[in-house]
Design a protein around this ligand. Structure first.
Ligand SMILES: Nc1ncnc2c1ncn2[C@@H]1O[C@H](COP(=O)(O)OP(=O)(O)OP(=O)(O)O)[C@@H](O)[C@H]1O
Ligand SMILES: [Mg+2]
Length: 251
């Protein structure tokens, strides 16, 4: 059984086809990197996978559970880190952790033990009793990551999880993803940081205009593009490269 499976997943916004007949098969424990140019449909896909958007057509199965038929059950096994950190500004960091813990029914004793540890790991202990509205972007991002780890999701859906993180926090998060993957957690990650995809991902998919145009392990992608050695070369080759046109005149 796949951790994430989509069958003909399609999302249209009026005339824009943001996601077009997507058929993904992500096995448990895989780190799956979802790449693509701006506007390719990555965030829309994450919203469809997490139930924030309803598909125009097609289905989403999470751990074999149909998201449309059993939304609560399917959502209970995912942890979502969206593009903009989703937090309640008028809670403190500590209160937000308690809120998420209660939402996912993490036993109170377990919360009491884990919350201080997680906040410490992300270096948020000093600010844990300050309102989130006073947090920087990176601090909010780290708080969301900490809250997601609190409820042990089987599937992590991450939209640009490293944006705004300092190098030390980014390293911590990368190590956490690798460790979670070893433990069987599936990590689905949209990113523009090709280095993460190269170093962490089991498989990589490149999305363009809502469709997957290349997919495989880094080695498989390299074999398909004999001239391309780096993921950046492969990305540019399949997505059309840089068109300078008359631009050089204006530099
Ligand atoms: N709520 C919406 N209403 C109308 N169009 C939308 C909406 N959300 C996304 N789109 C369109 O869907 C397409 C895919 O957008 P999406 O945000 O999924 O891209 P993305 O791959 O995440 O891009 P980026 O790399 O910039 O984050 C774009 O053409 C976008 O304009
Ligand atoms: Mg996006």
């Amino acid at each position: 059984m796949f951790a994430i499976e989509t069958i003909g997943l399609t999302k249209k916004f009026n005339t824009t086809v943001a996601v077009n007949d997507l058929n993904l098969h992500v096995p448990p424990g895989e780190i799956f990197a979802f790449l693509g140019p701006n506007g390719a449909g990555k965030t829309t896909t994450v919203k469809l996978l997490s139930g924030l958007l309803r598909p125009t057509a097609g289905r989403v199965l999470l751990g074999g559970i149909d998201l449309a038929q059993s939304p609560q059950e399917a959502k209970s096994i995912i942890g979502l880190v969206s593009e903009q950190p989703f937090v309640y500004q008028h809670l403190t960091g500590f209160e937000f952790m308690r809120f998420v813990g209660d939402l996912y029914r993490v036993p109170v004793e377990e919360q009491a033990e884990k919350i201080p540890e997680l906040l410490k790991m992300f270096e948020l202990s000093e600010q844990e009793h300050q309102l989130i509205l006073s947090y920087s972007h990176g601090m909010k991002q780290k708080l969301v990551l900490a809250s997601v780890l609190l409820h042990r999701p089987k599937i992590l859906l991450l939209d640009e999880p490293l944006v705004g993180l300092d190098p030390k926090s980014a390293r911590l998060v990368k190590e956490i993803f690798a460790e979670l993957s070893h433990r069987g957690v599936t990590v689905f990650m949209c990113t523009h940081v090709l280095e993460i995809a190269e170093r962490l991902a089991g498989r990589i998919a490149i999305l363009s205009r809502g469709s997957v145009i290349a997919q495989g392990t880094l080695e498989e992608l390299r074999e398909q593009r004999a001239a391309s050695t780096t993921l950046e070369d492969i990305f540019l080759a399949v997505t059309g490269g840089i068109q300078y046109g008359d631009l050089l005149k204006y530099l």
